[in-house]
Write a protein that binds this ligand. Structure first.
Ligand SMILES: [Zn+2]
Ligand SMILES: [Zn+2]
Length: 413
């Protein structure tokens, strides 16, 4: 074959290959175009968009709404995990500072965010409770907010005392809403249980059982929770030093979320603590990453979730390396908006993509008009300072009445 013949042979081979490729393309054109067209959606979401996915009847979805520390920062709120079940039930485990805005980002009506389980009374585990409580009232919750939490070594260290006084702190706030909005969601329904109970049932409704076990953290009183439903088991430590109750009762959980505090070295380097404070808080008050790994190697969950550390590009490698000294199983190093879809066959881990322009969802039931007769009202002193601008306000009323076909009158009292 001369040089020209060689070229012809070569080009003929290329043509044959192209023809084969074209036939292959045509025979599977629907798949190929769906995956490659610049104007078609991709078949699969690699992220979770809140409010866009139904839960299967046998599915559990867990959303990290707070994974950080008591120090507030934009990237990570303090402890909060939302558990949603295929039967429609939703539960909040801890509600640390800053987490209420993460909960709102899930686009769930507040009537469904009505069950909160507090592990202990550090602000990074219940500091946003008032935000959910009061914000929920304004956000259309028309049901009481139900809260469960442990007793303490004295009554004033228990959940009931804390929430009774939280209500007192907000006396002015609550009073100000009387007669101005539907305040049925303002009722707090608090259940305090014995922190010493071991695998004691604290909630059992609609096929869901939640148990508490003692946790060891800072003072007597903290607990961890275990939720079981439809053959799935979720365990949440809140804060605790490694302990025998967790290892026994959280064993084999489908998803086990346990604190994994910042390493003592990072507490010194990044947080400017003394080595002594870093060692004490990092390994004695809390569970360090290496201790977390040891706990998980004994718990053997289908998915271990580490939280309660600042999860950054320069801290994650050290945290992870220490966990991996003692644990080689399935692991998520949590940050805010991480999402786990759990079924018996699969655990899918993704990040949620958040719409920051969140408005409250509608109430599930019908809202009642406020009873103006229950208003506390103003003193004559304050009333004497009002500038009512009747020509301005009358137009606002007229416009609204015209748009909605109503007949509201500007109050004269
Ligand atoms: Zn704590
Ligand atoms: Zn904490």
């Amino acid at each position: 074959m001369d040089r020209r013949g060689l070229l012809l042979f070569a080009s003929g081979s290329v043509a044959t290959l192209l023809l084969i490729a074209c036939v292959g393309f045509l025979s599977d054109s629907s798949t190929v175009t769906a995956n490659t067209s610049p104007v078609k959606a991709l078949a699969e979401h690699e992220v979770y968009y809140p409010g866009t996915e139904d839960l299967a009847p046998d599915e559990m979805r867990v959303v990290a709404c707070g994974t950080g520390m008591p120090n507030s920062r934009p990237k990570q709120a303090a402890a909060c995990f939302l558990v949603e079940l295929g039967n429609g039930d939703k539960f909040i485990f801890d509600i640390g500072s800053g987490s209420a805005e993460r909960l709102s980002a899930m686009k769930i009506p507040y009537d469904y965010l009505d069950k909160v389980f507090i592990g202990h009374l550090h602000s990074d585990h219940f500091g946003a409770l008032a935000d959910l409580w009061i914000g929920g009232v304004i956000g259309n919750r028309i049901k009481p907010l139900r809260v469960w939490g442990p007793s303490g070594h004295k009554p004033e260290f228990g959940t009931a005392y804390a929430l009774e006084h939280m209500e007192k702190v907000f006396t002015w706030d609550s009073g100000s809403r009387q007669g101005n909005v539907d305040i049925r969601g303002q009722v707090l329904d608090v259940t305090e249980f014995d922190y010493k109970g071991i695998n004691q049932v604290v909630y059992q409704e609609n096929g869901v059982t939640i148990r508490s076990i003692p946790a060891i953290h800072a003072l007597d009183g903290p607990v961890s929770y275990i939720l079981e439903w439809n053959g799935l088991k979720f365990a949440f430590s809140s804060d605790t030093y490694p302990n025998k109750w967790w290892i026994e009762h959280a064993a084999g959980a489908d998803i086990a979320i346990h604190e994994c505090f910042i390493t003592p070295r990072l507490l010194v380097e990044k947080q400017k603590w003394t080595p002594g404070a870093g060692l004490n808080v990092g390994t004695q008050v809390h569970t360090s990453p290496a201790q977390f790994g040891k706990v998980m190697s004994l718990t053997k969950p289908r998915m271990a979730v580490a939280y309660h550390f600042f999860n950054d590009f320069d801290t994650l490698p050290e945290q992870l390396a220490q966990v991996r000294q003692t644990y080689d199983g399935p692991l998520s190093m949590a940050t805010d908006y991480m999402v786990w879809n759990v079924t018996k066959d699969d655990i899918r881990v993704r990040m949620a993509v958040i719409d920051e322009d969140i408005w409250p969802q509608p109430a599930v039931g019908e809202k009642l008009p406020p009873d103006r007769n229950t208003r506390i009202g103003f003193s004559d002193f304050t009333l004497s300072g009002r500038e009512p601008f009747p020509e301005v306000v009358q137009k606002i009323y007229d416009d609204i009445n015209a748009e909605y076909g109503t007949d509201y009158k500007v109050p004269t009292d």
